[in-house]
Design a protein around this ligand. Structure first.
Ligand SMILES: Cc1cc2nc3c(=O)[nH]c(=O)nc-3n(C[C@H](O)[C@H](O)[C@H](O)COP(=O)(O)OP(=O)(O)OC[C@H]3O[C@@H](n4cnc5c(N)ncnc54)[C@H](O)[C@@H]3O)c2cc1C
Length: 430
């Protein structure tokens, strides 16, 4: 039985003790009475320097890097549900940076490289596993597209290579490379891509934010945005009005709704994307495989479940389930490439609301309101970018102008026709 020491709600910081092998031994010897809450649940203050709406990975990372890189610590992260309960806790955790366009490769590679040391930095085990990501080429078109991406990555300093079907078979023995409809013709291979534990990413950032004295206000829905003279003055919430000096909107699939509250429109559509896991089996595949032509991707979790991601609904909606026909379509499509799947039972299925832009690239941007900034549009692929996105968004919020990582991702690109087209490199986009 665990005894959690009560942390008073009005305390300003969680006074975080370091997790270590020594702490585990110490707590084992004293019946686990010394573990503390990872973050506090405070009452809201009247006003904060910065309010971040959305305690997903991106919102929490924004708050963390505001404190770490810019010394801004009077920050609240406001969340209508529980932290990490949005897409951050619902995705299939693929991390890679092999995108086609230079601005994308820069921010995703920044994120990937931050992930490498993040468990140590946050003193929280994120279970980052750089096991390698294969993007299968199953049509001639994909072969050409991925060869092009490999050349682009070489110029960008992102380490990837295009490999042939024999090498694919060596890396993934359970794969069927000679399928009748979709033979495996090769793959784009990123050896330092991989996965991380999604909840842990949210929890690790939340704990570090709380330790800096920031407030994470869960079960607090933002219902309105108050403004005066072209500036945001605060937010209306289900726990009362909260004033702020600056506002960061970081709410993924709800970006359109929050922008509407602030009085501007976004070129974003919200759709449900879904995933599922099989019953657990013995280790069968130690890399991540993405099959974009058939629209399925798969990895094996530490528990042994095959984690399978499928397609997005073809219509706009806010359900966190996804429609039923996708389950069958995804599994049916993957079985040709992984015949062993036909013998597996599926255990669970779920969905999340993703925010899609026309060029399949994110928005990290100023808005028509002087002190209001928005981060969204990561669509089906924003888990991998959380550290890089938080880094860039914090810079934008702190300075009022985007730094080099965010400069290309402003909203004005849609007006000016300066798209960052990732529909090839990010067809499925995870
Ligand atoms: C099934 C699925 C599979 C995916 N697979 C991958 C993958 O393999 N790799 C990858 O890189 N990405 C993947 N993604 C995409 C990735 O999950 C998202 O891009 C990313 O998690 C977005 O993070 P976020 O912090 O912006 O959003 P979220 O985690 O959704 O956080 C936004 C938060 O804002 C809160 N919020 C909304 N409105 C309000 C309000 N009015 N007031 C207060 N709070 C509010 C929500 O409750 C939510 O917690 C996948 C997504 C899904 C759904």
């Amino acid at each position: 039985m665990y005894h959690v020491r009560k942390v008073p709600h009005d305390r300003e910081s969680a006074d975080m003790k370091r997790y270590s092998a020594f702490a585990i031994v110490r707590e084992a010897l004293r019946n686990h009475r010394g573990w503390e809450r990872a973050w506090i649940s405070p009452e809201p203050r009247e006003r904060y320097d910065v309010v971040v709406i959305g305690a997903g990975g991106h919102g929490l990372a924004t708050a963390y890097y505001l404190g770490r890189n810019h010394g801004v610590k009077n920050v609240a992260v406001i969340e209508k549900g529980w932290l990490g309960g949005g897409n951050t806790g619902r995705n299939t955790t693929i991390i890679r940076s092999n995108y086609l366009q230079d601005p994308s490769a820069a921010i995703y590679e920044k994120a990937r490289s931050l992930y490498e040391g993040l468990s140590q930095e946050l003193n929280y085990n994120l279970m980052f596993s750089p096991r390698g990501v294969l993007m299968l080429a199953q049509t001639e078109h994909e072969v050409r597209g991925y060869r092009r991406t490999a050349y682009a990555n070489a110029l960008q300093g992102v380490k990837t290579e295009f490999i042939g079907p024999e090498r694919v078979k060596q890396i993934v023995p359970i794969i069927e490379t000679g399928g009748p409809r979709y033979p495996v013709l090769g793959a784009l291979w990123q050896a330092r891509g991989g996965t991380a534990r999604h909840d842990a990413v949210a929890w690790g950032y939340a704990r570090a934010c709380s330790d800096m004295g920031m407030h994470i206000l869960q079960k607090t829905e933002v219902t309105g945005i108050t403004q005066k003279g072209g500036k945001v003055t605060g937010v209306r919430t289900t726990r009362g009005d909260i004033g702020c000096g600056k506002l960061a909107i970081v709410v993924a699939g709800h970006s359109g709704r929050l922008a509407e509250m602030a009085g501007f429109r976004l070129p974003i559509e919200s759709v449900a994307l879904q995933a599922m896991v099989s019953e657990p089996i013995k280790p069968a595949m130690d890399v991540v495989v993405m099959a974009n032509t058939v629209h399925g991707y798969m990895s094996q979790s530490d528990k042994g479940e095959m984690v399978i991601g499928g397609g997005a609904d073809g219509f706009n909606n806010y359900t966190q389930r996804g429609s039923f026909h996708h389950i069958e379509e995804t599994v049916r499509a993957l079985i040709e490439t992984f015949p062993m799947l036909s013998r597996l039972k599926m255990l669970r299925q779920w969905g999340g609301i993703v925010d899609m832009t026309g060029d399949r690239s994110p928005i990290i941007s100023k808005t028509p309101l002087e002190n209001c900034f928005i981060n969204g549009g990561w669509g089906t692929g924003g888990f991998k970018s959380i550290p890089g996105s938080g880094w860039a968004m914090a810079e934008l919020v702190a300075r009022g102008e985007p730094g080099p990582l965010a400069a290309a991702f402003g909203l004005e690109r849609f007006r000016e026709g300066r798209f960052i087209d990732e529909s090839v490199a990010a067809g499925v986009a995870h």
